[in-house]
Design a protein around this ligand. Structure first.
Ligand code: SF4
Length: 335
């Protein structure tokens, strides 16, 4: 008997996967990444790394999927709405389960395992949401939640005797005590702290996303670029990312593509990248915003170029500085 387990690398999904593996089933782990996970390249100890580490530790094969284009469509237009930010958790889970179902069928597995706990997350782990997700992903009865199965209707794997229901847990709610007790029982080493959701749950980040969506500029490339730096809506169709440190400056510059405005302010100032409808007004405003973030002690040369075309330069003392807060996306102003 083969099962697919959704392994984020967090404690709950690691425990759920290990529980079923220890029952003697062949478990293959599946991990989803997105431009908004707080993991992988953005954080050394993030969940991408953790999923790999945890899969190795508990001895399961791991497949990683990044459904970026499908995810962007879900964020733009979620049937079940957003949570506290721009996080479409129910639709996001439906997408992941649909993809997991496809993979399950491809490899001849019989059901899906998750580390979900009833009542743990307000938007996507209440009983109504769990039911909607299961039905709309075409997996009615085929999702086994080993940590909370005891407080739910028996799933098909339990009904058919593939899994011994008496060995499943009855954890409910937001407390993590029961899972922490299980760490020792299942000998999980170096487990991750509970994750607080992806970047889309952050209200300030959500303001950028909503602005990009409203401008018709929310796509895979822009979702990756505008994760970095300070974000400015220079105009409806022209957005600017301004690096906050040397690392972000380098990353932002690497995103430059044909037609982008690249602004570099010497070794002491930020690097910025403007994208969208480039005209003299937008370029002028972008230069003034960048000038605001340059050190004031000595004038610096600010170079600008349109990637692959025209170049120019000016000194900070010849650029009229403006208050950038007028170009900050709504809630993002509070940062
Ligand atoms: S927090 Fe982000 S990744 Fe997690 S379910 Fe919600 S939208 Fe999806």
């Amino acid at each position: 008997m083969k099962a697919v387990s959704l392994l984020s690398g967090g404690l709950d999904s690691t425990l759920a996967t290990k529980m079923i593996k220890e029952m003697g089933l062949d478990v293959i782990a599946l991990n989803f990444t997105s431009p908004f996970c707080q993991c992988g390249g953005k954080q050394k100890d993030g969940c991408k790394h953790k999923a790999v580490e945890m899969a190795e530790q508990i001895g399961v094969e791991l497949k990683m999927i990044n459904p970026a284009a499908e995810f962007i469509e879900v964020v733009k237009n979620p049937k079940h709405g957003y949570g506290s930010g721009a996080n479409p958790c129910i639709d996001c889970r439906i997408l992941k389960f649909k993809l997991a179902k496809k993979y399950m069928e491809e490899i001849g597995a019989s059901f899906i395992i998750t580390g979900e706990v009833l009542g743990q997350r307000p938007m996507s782990q209440n009983s109504r949401a769990l039911k909607i997700i299961e039905t709309e992903s075409g997996l009615d009865g085929l999702i086994l939640r080993p940590l909370c199965a005891g407080v739910m209707e028996p799933s098909i794997p339990e009904q058919k005797g593939w899994i011994d229901r008496s060995k499943l847990r009855s954890i409910e709610g937001r407390s993590r005590g029961a899972q922490l007790d299980m760490v020792e029982e299942f000998k999980i080493l170096n487990h991750a702290c509970p994750a607080g959701g992806c970047l889309l749950t952050d209200k300030h980040f959500a303001a950028k996303v909503m602005d990009l969506i409203a401008s018709g500029m929310f796509d895979v490339d822009n979702s990756r670029l505008f994760v970095f730096g300070r974000y400015f809506k220079v105009s409806k169709k022209f957005k600017l990312a301004v690096g906050r440190n040397a690392q972000e400056n380098a990353v932002i510059k690497n995103f430059a593509a044909k037609g982008d405005l690249v602004i570099e302010a010497g070794s002491k100032g930020p690097t910025a990248l403007g994208r969208g409808e480039l005209n003299d007004d937008n370029r002028g405003l972008a230069m003034k915003i960048v000038a605001h973030y340059c050190r004031k002690e000595e004038p610096q040369e600010v170079r600008y170029s349109v990637y692959g075309a025209e170049e120019g330069s000016a000194h900070t003392d010849s650029i009229e500085e403006i208050d950038p807060s007028a170009f900050v996306a709504e809630d993002y102003k509070r940062r």
